[in-house]
Design a protein around this ligand. Sequence first.
Ligand code: ZN
Length: 542
Amino acid sequence: MKRQTLILLVCLLSLPVMAQQVDRSLLIKPERTNYTETSTYKDVMDFTKAVIKDSKYVSQISMGTSLEGKDIPVFVLANPKIETAAQAKASGKPIIYIQGNIHSGEVEGKEVVQILMRDILMGDKSYLLDNQIILFVPIYNTDSNDKMEAGRRPSQEGSPIETGIRSNSQGWDLNRDGMKLETIESRGLIQNIIVPWDPTLFVDLHTTNGTWHGYSVTWAPSYHTAGEKAPYDFTWDKILPEVTEKALEKHDVHLGPYGYYYTRREGWPIKSIYTYNHHPRYLVNQFGLRNRMAILSEAFAHERLYQRINSTYAFVSEILEFTNKNGDEMLEINAKAEQDAINLVKEQGGKIQKGVRFEMVALDEPVPAYRTYNHMETTNERGQKSFLRKPEIIELKDIVNHSAFEATKTATLPKGYIIPKEFANIAEHLKRHGVQVTELTNNKRASGEVFTATNLERANRPFEKHKMATIEGSYAAANKRFGKGDFWVDMAQPLANLIFYLLEPESDDGLVNWNFFDEHFDSNGIAEKPVDYPIFKYFEIK
Ligand SMILES: [Zn+2]
């Protein structure tokens, strides 16, 4: 780009009141269409190509290729420029991963990532690269983005007019695939980006579906289940409050806690809000099991596209302001969490219990002033009580916040697992997640526990093309001999908490649930008699 154009653009971006000519190739699709249209895949590729053309701070890498043959681009922004994960690691800087368009109908994340790239690479925000490396993924769900049609997202009220499809082109929801990794996109994300680059913070940009709360964006951290507490605590106690305050102060945008409420259950005014759930199939939650921080961003669906872009921009840019200042502390917290997870296995493996199933509970602290649209009680045509929304936003005092999870079932944390060689697919699956798995070359004797399932139940209705399985049974002490070709998973490794959640047979989001062991249980006659779970959990190995 010419120097003059650059100066012009810098002026335009930093002083929005100035009416200046700007090259149309440097406008995103909503800006060119009065916010009636969202970017197609080609729009994103053309725009990002124009924005990165003359920049010395960006390199473009690939997450993978979609089913329909589209490259999923990842833009690495860094000063000095970084091209590989090894260089990123050597730099010692925190890596912030920001992703738009996981659900193609939820479009503003995709647009905001493009605007931020423009502001950092060509505008006045290059200082955001002083202390951090940013991985921008504007369009994660590439294929479904372009299958646009009006009316797909009723709560967005036609703004933009047409949007793409929620699931990927294989028909799976990319935000339920975190554990089973069935999609091309999840495998690309985990294997090509998350494992090698190891982001310090993962940010996933969405749009809500329903509740008429009074926030322009709602947020949630990675819920800690069987994970370490410190990364969650820092996100909840430090990042989210500061970013919320700055968004209001600098952008006049209200951010608040993610949650639904139910007038039918509680009447009006409501007393409580409820978050979504803790399962690590959601990418944000899975980051907790990886000892890393994560943030879910949910723009308020009922606002117009230009407002949602504005508020998501306020949120993400303030996250980047925060991480630019506090990234070193975040790296330390994550590293300590990782070490704590390893130490716990080494010191307490075989002795302590950790949660494998969880239920939602209220936090001790209520939301002191919860913003919401007001409602009025009335009676409908059938004589039933109903609650109609009023146009004004009010604040309700001390709303109980169901935003924590407690274990309802626990299992002993082992020192490791042994996977018989017949279950090489399980070993492969763990490796896909970045788990270190060793193939045994000589015999080992292990003492620990074997789980015997007495019952396997499958859901009647499919979810994500799975009739999810749950097994019940019990553990008993056992000794076993393993040999050449079997797989050894030592839990004294960074992903201990993820391994535990994937492999524990009674886990509520593990490989048993996702039918990885159905064939084993069925062919061994689980319908008639108890069947052992084939993965052995050891407390000692020789
Ligand atoms: Zn979503």
